[in-house]
Design a protein around this ligand. Structure first.
Ligand SMILES: Cc1ncc(C[n+]2csc(CCOP(=O)(O)OP(=O)(O)O)c2C)c(N)n1
Ligand SMILES: [Mg+2]
Length: 580
């Protein structure tokens, strides 16, 4: 056997080394018959005392959990991680999690093996199991092609490092996103000579800026407006961009609306925060009043059928991808579409206003006072709603209890609460950049796995997931809670439990407000009889589980649950809200 005399070094070894050299520390994996090369390479490294030089494997019993964990890790650190899944089957089981990574613009490298391409023992790794015929499909890469920025096949170990670095360079360059590599078993077994490739020459593209002309045009328009407005959804993906946006807003007293926000883009406790738009069903008066609107980093700044700026408003669209090339039907009637990094752009606009002394102090003062009064009114109305109704816990009351629970806590809150999104935003009042996150995509079932990635990224922070009951179940809690236990990544999960899917019911009511479904309350959205939601978690490894209906008991149960999380075990609290 050559193996004992020569250093064992295969495509798989080089692949794992390349990941490590590029800064990948974790591989979230669900394994199969395509991975002997990788498992052997890992074991060889351990046997030689080099295990620490390669990424650590996090075993995930479900692929949704694996990709969601990698997603959250990259979201909070900017550092892409890897996901390894099994041929076509594991790739398909990633399911909607790849939609979330793509829409959330999150870098992640997904690798899947491919069935062996030899069947008579011609090469090491040739077919040995019946399943390798069954899993042989025409276009495995096609499964993910709608959702990845790049897909390629590793055909030899001799340049696998270059392929990994190129894939990660594309994944990290804005708009960031997932990439997909595949490699057949024989290729991953190929013995090669150890070699190096410099990841430093594969840096992501540097952030883009506005041209001088566009900077001047936007700055002049905002400064000259009577009712300027900024709308954003994901500028806060870079927490350091938030103070830059605050400074531009303050310079001219521009109110900021967060539309379908999935980051903290603007501190809620700031008087210029002009509220949230989620599943809007009516016209936002602030949007209607605006004469100049700067949309910065938003996919859906408003839903025109029900909520739009006035026809005369001048709209400027600054975005990392201002034409939304990955969305088929999309249009906003903007005067200018500019591709730029949002932090760079708002700093350029603010500098132009300052350098040219464009702010009219009297107009700025009047707008500030109007905004302050509006903000205080909104806060007072929201506070008044933070109580149970007829002895039943409401979303407002629950979120206020959570806000109080987390005061002074260095918490990282992951949200997946669907129809409670606006209530959660308004009553959690997120003000610290980077402290509240949503996946940004369209596929529910993220938070359970995401909590693992967030905690691995920030072991010192308290990870809290707020989820709908439907979303909780879509996140494969048996798998997510087990991974949380196994890798000591405890999280507090609070379920906004309306015992069903309010989402599809509301969608039906929008379209058929007076239909038969509405008349008979017949929507097929009930999840009763109820699953013992915390029971699933307890069975899988959580240290605390409770279902709460009594408003008086809620604060103490939440405290007990948080104490268990501080002690190192996960806790799940299902809170009964009014039934859907
Ligand atoms: C993977 C996936 N399956 C189905 C849907 C469709 N969907 C949208 S909202 C919703 C209900 C979610 O229920 P829950 O989390 O309890 O939130 P609620 O609607 O009750 O606020 C569903 C199933 C989806 N977005 N993603
Ligand atoms: Mg629900």
């Amino acid at each position: 056997m050559v193996y004992v005399t020569e250093r064992y070094y295969t495509t798989s070894t080089a692949f794992l080394e390349a990941l490590a050299e590029a800064g990948v520390t974790y591989i979230f994996a669900n394994l199969g018959s395509d991975h002997p090369g990788l498992l052997e390479a890992l074991a060889q490294a351990r046997a030689e005392g080099r295990a620490d030089t390669l990424p650590r494997i996090i075993v995930c019993p479900h692929e949704t959990v694996a990709l969601s964990a990698a997603h959250a890790y990259a979201m909070v650190t900017g550092a892409p991680q890897a996901v390894i899944v099994h041929v076509d089957a594991g790739t398909q089981n990633i399911g909607g999690a790849v939609n979330n990574a793509m829409r959330g613009r999150v870098p992640v490298l997904i690798f899947a093996g491919m069935v062996p391409f030899t069947q008579e023992g011609e090469l090491p790794g040739a077919r040995t199991e019946f399943i390798q015929w069954i899993q042989d499909v025409r276009d495995q890469r096609g499964i993910l092609r709608n959702y990845v920025k790049y897909d390629n096949e590793i055909r030899t170990g001799k340049n696998v490092k270059q392929l990994v670095h190129r894939a990660l360079q594309l994944a990290r360059s804005e708009p960031a996103g997932p990439v997909y590599l595949v490699g057949a078993r024989e290729v991953m077994e190929e013995r090669i000579v150890p070699y190096a490739a410099d990841p430093g020459s594969y840096r992501p593209v540097v952030p883009g800026a506005l041209t001088a002309e566009v900077t001047a045009e936007i700055a002049t328009a905002l400064a000259g407006a009577r009712h300027p407005l900024i709308v954003t959804s994901y500028l806060g993906r870079d927490p350091s961009a938030v103070p830059s946006l605050v400074s531009l807003a303050e310079l001219l007293s521009i109110p900021v609306v967060e539309a379908m926000a999935y980051h903290v883009n603007f501190p809620y406790d700031h008087p210029l925060h002009a509220g949230y738009q989620y599943h809007s069903v009516s016209q936002n008066p602030i949007l209607a009043e605006a004469d100049v609107v700067l949309v910065i980093d938003s996919d859906v700044p408003w839903i025109s059928a029900v909520n739009r700026p006035s026809d005369g408003a001048a709209i400027y669209y600054v975005d990392i991808d201002p034409l939304k090339s990955q969305i088929q039907l999309w249009h906003v009637p903007a005067r200018v579409f500019a591709a730029a990094n949002s932090k760079v752009a708002v700093e350029q606009i603010a500098a132009f206003v300052r350098d040219n002394d464009l702010a009219d102090p009297e107009a700025v003062r009047v707008r500030w006072e109007t905004a302050l009064a509006r903000h205080q009114r909104a806060l007072a109305a929201q506070e008044a709603a933070e109580r149970p109704e007829d002895g039943v816990i409401t979303g407002e009351y629950l979120t206020a209890c959570l806000r109080r629970l987390l005061e002074g806590e260095d918490a990282l809150v992951l949200t997946e609460v669907v129809t409670s999104s606006k209530v959660v935003a308004e009553h959690l009042r997120p003000s610290r950049p980077g402290s509240v996150l949503h996946h940004g995509g369209g596929s529910l079932g993220w938070a359970g796995g995401a909590a693992v990635g967030a905690k691995l990224a920030y072991p010192e922070r308290t990870v809290v997931s707020l989820v709908g009951d439907g979303s909780y179940l879509l996140g494969v809690p048996s798998s997510a809670l087990w991974v949380q236990r196994r890798y000591d990544t405890p999280a507090l999960t609070v379920i906004y439990d309306n015992r069903g899917w309010a989402g599809p019911k509301f969608s039906t009511l929008h379209i058929h407000p007076d239909g038969a479904a509405a008349a008979a309350d017949d929507f097929h959205v009930s999840l009763e009889p109820e699953v013992d939601l915390p029971g699933v978690a307890l069975a899988a490894g959580a240290g605390f589980g409770a279902t709460v209906s009594d408003p008086g008991e809620l604060p103490q149960v939440l405290k007990d649950a948080l104490a268990v999380v501080h002690g190192g075990r996960s806790a799940v609290v299902s809170v009964h809200l009014p039934r859907v």
